[in-house]
Design a protein around this ligand. Structure first.
Ligand code: ZN
Length: 167
């Protein structure tokens, strides 16, 4: 019982290695499942933003901001704008809380959402009789981010010189 034999020491070392391996594996598992969750949420974001009624809602917001006329309370247009803002605000919250990759969302949506930035500014300033501005408080941050976002993808390249106005 005095001191450890060579076999005891080997067993101890193996125990430590096995424990360290288990920690490493569970760490990798956590990372992979987080990655998987973020991919799932990104797909869900794609579905939400591509939804036909959400597209129509964004168009209504553009229209309202351009004409300065916001649909009256109780109309189906007002209801759709409200729902559109709610859903887009949720997406913006997911982005802010890093539940989904900000880069992926912006890569896919920087033009759609960036184009809405000015309309959202008008909406927040003038549209408060329709719904409360806070419905879109997170979304306006996302549209501002999208408006400033540039990529190296063809969509962000300047149109070739001499072709301006032809398309
Ligand atoms: Zn672009």
């Amino acid at each position: 019982m005095t001191g450890m034999t060579f076999a005891d020491k080997t067993m101890n070392l193996m125990g430590i290695l096995i424990a360290a391996g288990a920690v490493l594996i569970s760490f990798i598992t956590v990372l992979l499942s987080r990655r998987q969750r973020r991919q799932d949420i990104f797909l869900r974001v794609q579905e939400i933003l591509s939804d036909e009624s959400m597209q129509h809602g964004r168009w209504l917001i553009h229209q309202a901001a351009e004409s300065g006329k916001f649909p009256a309370r109780g109309t189906s247009e007002a209801a759709l704008i409200y729902r559109t803002l709610r859903m887009h605000n949720t997406v913006a919250m997911y982005v802010r809380r890093r539940l989904v990759s900000q880069r992926w969302v912006l890569d896919a949506w920087h033009h759609s959402l960036g184009n809405l930035n000015e309309a959202m500014r008008v909406y927040v300033t003038n549209g408060t009789d329709l719904t409360k501005w806070y419905v879109a408080s997170e979304f306006t941050q996302l549209t501002a981010m999208a408006a400033a976002y540039r990529t190296s993808m063809p969509c962000c390249q300047p149109k070739p010189a001499g072709r301006a106005g032809t398309s």
